[in-house]
Design a protein around this ligand. Sequence first.
Ligand SMILES: [Zn+2]
Length: 268
Amino acid sequence: MPELPEVETTVRGLERVLLGKRIARVEARRPDLRRALPVDLGHRLTGSRVVGLRRRAKYGLIDTDRDDTLVFHLGMSGRWRIDPSATEKHDHLILETVDGHRLALNDPRRFGSLDLVRTSELAEWPPMKALGPEPLGIESVELKHRLVGRSASIKLLLLDQRIIAGLGNIYVCEALYRAGIHPSRTGGSVSLARLERLVAAIRDVLTEAIAAGGSTLRDFAGPDGELGYFSKAFAVYDREGQPCSCGGIVRRMVQGGRSTFYCPRCQR
Ligand SMILES: [Zn+2]
């Protein structure tokens, strides 16, 4: 499942072939993903020039010179393919640039989304407006303020996109481990000093993953270059029953219907 680092890497990969380019052709190969595609997608994008690519939380943003932003979310299984040699079954959107690049958004499970929003109105677009601050930029004081009085577990609060936007299960588990915070601890009870460690841990795990993804960008120039997924070694995520570096054993529990991996000796 793509998380923030995969989206960031995808945006950087797309930027290489899209920035400054005019879109020659748009082909929507089905009417919907998680929700309906904009009916005027082809009309509004064809002939436009891409003037910027950005990420906000787990959304990728492609800005055009027509005050339009194509907003993509990769959902559970989405990925962009650059210059694929052939169209595949789950390629749902094809973009072609005037200089001959071809991009395919592939999403077998179709939990992703594609929206076209006026760039000037993006901040007010409801899915965007609801988002909390970026995890790479948040300060511990602001996080403390957002957690005050909250009795839910710190794990679930960090997954709440209104509190902090863009964190998924993997990086929340890893950041809590690095900060030594038990995932069941209530959000409001975590001290500012420990939140400082947490904010640093969040920044570090994301930055390291983005760097790992960046190293895979070199391969994207080839045929069927795929953006979106890369493997990384985790300290606790998906390591139930395996030893922690402290000598303890990594455990798994379920919070909010999802697995949490943690070390009961390192995390209090
Ligand atoms: Zn440990």
